[in-house]
Design a protein around this ligand. Structure first.
Ligand SMILES: NC(=O)c1ccc[n+]([C@@H]2O[C@H](COP(=O)([O-])OP(=O)(O)OC[C@H]3O[C@@H](n4cnc5c(N)ncnc54)[C@H](OP(=O)(O)O)[C@@H]3O)[C@@H](O)[C@H]2O)c1
Length: 264
């Protein structure tokens, strides 16, 4: 098992709502943070506050992950949190936006894991955390492409966990539901259907620290009602589609897509 204390920890998406909370939590636990994202001004300020480092990178470009790796070279813990909401119905989304979502949400984390893994194998220690979503368990209207990337991340992570378990490299998934106060859902400023429930960015950060320290396969960060809903959609997808439609999934999805249209 890899402890956060004194470890070198790279956090992608560190300028965002969840990335900032995760970075602060890791620094509180005495991890040495390296923050990365495109918005340099945010990560530079946060890195100073957390006594860490920062590296700007655009993970949507073909060379983005490799360029980031070349600047950092080696870490003990990799937290792959950067992501785009990619909301909107399949019929309305452009191929260009689909490719970008696949690149940022799925291929870049896969490439970064592949690039940083050899030194972990050599050190016989390390941990990789993928930040997925409850949308990686349940797909509703307006989330097809986002869900494709988040289901994909979970499949990648569980397969990698089995590949690497005996080599003392931990691989975990954290799957948040709707997160209030900061992050891509909060930024959209929409009301949820009654009973949906939210969690805080700090809850996500606590889950990230706990999957590393306890080497857990997955932690969901959501109220029990949403967790049950996600399970139900795997067992009975058609029933689940009907229930979410009655609960107003279409209007929520439209508002979410409108509120997140600038997140690209
Ligand atoms: N908030 C929620 O309710 C929620 C729920 C479930 C899952 N999640 C997942 O949690 C993760 C963090 O999301 P968040 O809520 O913190 O969203 P956010 O506030 O929008 O932050 C997204 C982060 O990803 C980075 N990013 C986006 N495109 C990038 C690119 N091309 N290159 C490099 N970095 C890029 C952004 O940095 P720059 O813009 O500075 O590049 C930012 O730091 C995502 O994977 C998301 O899917 C969030």
């Amino acid at each position: 098992m890899t402890s956060i204390n004194n470890s070198k920890v790279l956090v992608t998406g560190a300028s965002g709502g969840l990335g900032q909370a995760i970075s602060k939590k890791i620094a509180t636990l005495n991890g040495k943070v390296i923050l990365t994202s495109r918005r340099t001004e945010i990560i530079e300020k946060l890195a100073k506050e957390l006594d860490g480092e920062f590296v700007s990178a655009d993970l949507s470009t073909p060379s983005g992950p490799k360029d980031l790796f070349e600047k950092v070279k080696e870490v003990d813990i990799l937290i792959l949190n950067a992501g785009l909401p990619a909301t909107g119905t399949f019929q309305d989304m452009s191929l260009e936006d689909m490719k970008k979502a696949l690149q940022v949400n799925l291929y870049a984390p896969m490439e970064l894991a592949k690039l940083f893994l050899p030194s972990m194998l050599e050190n016989k220690s390390g941990h990789i955390v993928f930040v997925s979503s409850l949308s990686g368990k349940a797909a509703v209207t307006g989330s097809s492409v986002y869900s494709a990337t988040k289901f994909g991340l979970r499949g990648l992570a569980f397969g990698m966990r089995a590949d690497l378990y005996d080599k003392n490299i931990g691989v975990s998934v954290v799957s948040p539901g709707f997160i209030r106060e900061a992050g891509m859902f909060a930024d959209a400023k929409i009301d949820l259907p009654k009973g949906a429930g939210t969690r805080s960015p700090e809850d996500v950060a606590t889950a990230v620290a706990s999957v590393i320290e306890k080497n857990l396969a997955e932690v969901d960060v959501a109220p029990v009602t949403l967790k049950i809903g996600a399970k139900l959609s795997l067992i009975a997808p058609e029933f689940s589609r009907k229930v979410t439609k009655i609960m107003g999934a279409e209007s929520t999805a439209q508002k979410l897509a409108a509120g997140q249209k600038d997140k690209k």
